[in-house]
Structures are given as structure tokens and as C-alpha cells.
Design a protein around this ligand. Structure first.
Ligand SMILES: [Zn+2]
Length: 389
């Protein structure tokens, strides 16, 4: 007990809100618009000349981006890189057939014209164009109207502490619904992990978002109710298909995502706090097969967003890393059919959704708690194997 092992780097994005004066906001807006107009220009050149590599594209567009759009050297390079990244993503999506088979309407549409950028699309900034004064809680940022100094920013105490200590690399300037944000990347590295005294297993699901092997269940009731309400509204708005309906839909979707993120944050925090207090590690399901594993009736299938599970896993991962709590991922197959008491695997161990009753030894428990216990013991076994000797 008490010995430590090294863990890898955890990378996460921290959002802070900028509080610019009206003049500063105007300069930011002009800059974002110019950068995205420049991106459209670069994108057209890339498309016409079938030239998608950063180095080549820079040769064709760099001077013009600087002179015609008034961008400084660094900003011009970021614009070109942003365009390259967008085409790389598009080409990867085409290759993976996410836009349908060759010749399909969606695919033809995507391939037949250059990628275009929204006037207020996010713009990356590196340390030469953006500097942080954490003590004053201000940033200094390059704009077309010159360098703006002393733009105030705000965020949660926890986020600000993370930023001051661990910010690394580029940040994105983001405009959303009339507000300005910076999305900064934070790297928490080399956190020493305390060798765990047993594991908490976490079972993910629909009725219970997360069930812990100590018997605590985090119910999905609130989240599912909100999702359901949003889904109804979405159906009505989609039927309308007007511009304002589309806009409302977009806002709704964001609101729903924010709500789910809040819930995930809170659950992750509670789980990590218990693990930290009891000196245990956390065992999570490996989520690769979650869509295959969770068999659902149709109305529930809409409810299940695998990204939400991935998000919860990610939140637990970085909160645990910060607290020095070990996390292991385990193979989740048959965790719901296996008896956590005697190990017997049988479909009939699960007479209904909520109940686990072992046909071999008679052990009975809430089905999700039983699954979480299996995950915990697999975590323990996995840790022992990977940290033997
Ligand atoms: Zn049993």
C-alpha cells in the first residue's frame, strides 16, 4: 500500500468566457470574420488545385492571405492549417463512408464544392498571438485592429486553477450566441497514482446511468425525462422545417448536451470522491462495444447516446488522474449474466431487467449492482496482472 506508479498524460479542454468591452468585442468580431473569409479563399484554392497539404497550400496562398485579408503571419498560418485539417477530416469521412457510398446524393454534394467556413467559425491561436495573465485574469490577443491587452476572462475556480498550472499549446477563439470564449487545452501529466486497495466497479446503463459496486445507483430518470421532452419538441420543430425552427432546434440540442455534461460531471465527481476517500481504484467498462452490448427496445435506442457514456468515462478518467486514483478498463462481456458471488454465467440468472438471481448458488442482488461487482473484480484482476512484479 502507499507505493506509487506513474500514469500517462491526460489532455482536456477548458472553456473560459471572455468579458470584452464593446470596442474589444468589435475587434474580435472583425478578426474572426476576416480569418474565415481568408479560410474560404484558401479552401477554394485547395479545391481548385486539388492541393490539400499544408506546405504546398502555404506556397499558393500565404502571401495573399496576409495582404488581402490583413492577417499577421501566425494568423495566416493558422488559417491555412485550419483549412488543411478540415479537408483531412472530410477525406477521412469520405473514406469511412460516413457520407454514403460513392455517387450518393450527400456524398456528391460534399465533394462538388469547396469546404466553406461560417463567418464566426472558431479560430486557433498559439502562444505568440495569445498570452495569458492568470494573476490579473486577463488575456492579450492579436486582432486585425492590433494587439488587445487586458481582456478579462472568467471561469470556475477549478478551471482557472487548471489553466494557470497546466495549459499547453493552442487555444480556440469561439463565438457563440453573442458571447466570446476561449477553449484552452490543458495537459495534466505525471500524476502519481496510489496503488489501490481494491476497486470500485462502474456499470453504465439507461435506467441507471451509473451503478457502483458499493450499491449506489445514479438514476437516469432526470436525464431521460429531459431527453424525452427534447425529442418530442425536436419532432415538432423538424416537421415545421422553417429557418427559425432550425435555429431553435440547434439551441435545444446544445442545451441538452450541456445538461448531460453537467450530470456526467456530477456523477464522475461523486465516484472519484468515494474512490479517493476509500483508497480504491475505479474499474470501468471498455466502451468499444457498448452499442452492441446494450440491446434495447426501439424507443430507448434513441435515448442511448454512446458519446454520453464516453464523456462520463472521460470525466472520470481525468478527475481520477488529478486525484491520483487508478483507473482500469475491463472487458464488459457477460458482466450482466455472471454471478458476482460464484462466477456462474447463465442467461437465466437475469429473470428481468432489474433482478439478478443466480441459478447455481442462489445469490440475489440488483442486476446493475451485480454487474458493477463483476466489473470491480475484473478491474482488480486486470490491475494485478499488469502490475505484477
Ligand atoms: Zn452464483
Amino acid at each position: 500500500m502507499g507505493q506509487t506508479v506513474v500514469c500517462s498524460i491526460v489532455r482536456l479542454v477548458v472553456q473560459v468566457k471572455l468579458l470584452p468591452t464593446p470596442e474589444q468585442a468589435a475587434a474580435l468580431e472583425t478578426t474572426l470574420r476576416a480569418a474565415n473569409k481568408a479560410a474560404d479563399f484558401v479552401s477554394r484554392v485547395a479545391f481548385q488545385q486539388r492541393c490539400f497539404r499544408n506546405f504546398d497550400l502555404r506556397k499558393h496562398t500565404y502571401e495573399q492571405v496576409k495582404t488581402a485579408y490583413g492577417l499577421a503571419a501566425q494568423a495566416a498560418q493558422h488559417v491555412i492549417k485550419k483549412v488543411c485539417d478540415a479537408y483531412r477530416t472530410l477525406h477521412a469521412n469520405l473514406a469511412a463512408r460516413h457520407l454514403g457510398k460513392p455517387g450518393s446524393a450527400r456524398r456528391v454534394k460534399a465533394e462538388s464544392k469547396p469546404i466553406s467556413f461560417r463567418p464566426a467559425a472558431a479560430q486557433p491561436y498559439d502562444d505568440r498571438c495569445l498570452s495569458w495573465q492568470h494573476g490579473d485574469r486577463t488575456v492579450s490577443i492579436w486582432t486585425i485592429a492590433g494587439r488587445l491587452r487586458g481582456i478579462a476572462f472568467t471561469g470556475s475556480a477549478q478551471q482557472l486553477a487548471l489553466l494557470a498550472k497546466h495549459r499547453k499549446g493552442e487555444s480556440d477563439l469561439v463565438w457563440r450566441e453573442g458571447m466570446w470564449f476561449l477553449h484552452a487545452t490543458v495537459e495534466v501529466a505525471d500524476v502519481s497514482i496510489t496503488a489501490p486497495d481494491g476497486f470500485l466497479g462502474v456499470d453504465l446503463g439507461i435506467a441507471n446511468i451509473a451503478t457502483i459496486s458499493d450499491g449506489v445507483r445514479h438514476s437516469g430518470k432526470g436525464v431521460n425525462a429531459v431527453r424525452h421532452r427534447h425529442r418530442e419538441l425536436r419532432r415538432r420543430l423538424q416537421a415545421k422545417a422553417t429557418r427559425s425552427a432550425r435555429r431553435l432546434l440547434k439551441r435545444r440540442r446544445r442545451k441538452e448536451a450541456r445538461f448531460a455534461a453537467d450530470v456526467n460531471h456530477s456523477i464522475a465527481k461523486q465516484i472519484v470522491t468515494v474512490a479517493e476517500r476509500t483508497g480504491q481504484g475505479i474499474a470501468l467498462e471498455d466502451l468499444k462495444g457498448i452499442r452492441d452490448r446494450v440491446r434495447l427496445r426501439k424507443p430507448q435506442r434513441v435515448t442511448l447516446h454512446s458519446w454520453s457514456f464516453h464523456q462520463l468515462g472521460a470525466f472520470i478518467g481525468y478527475k481520477a488522474a488529478r486525484a491520483g486514483v487508478a483507473v482500469v478498463h475491463v472487458d464488459p462481456s457477460y458482466t450482466s449474466q455472471q454471478c458476482s458471488h460464484c462466477g456462474h454465467v447463465d442467461k437465466n440468472n437475469r429473470p428481468d431487467q432489474e433482478t439478478f438471481a443466480c441459478t447455481s448458488c442462489g445469490f440475489a442482488e440488483h442486476a446493475d449492482v451485480n454487474a458493477a461487482r463483476n466489473i470491480a473484480s475484473r478491474g482488480e484482476a486486470g490491475w494485478a496482472v499488469s502490475h505484477a512484479a
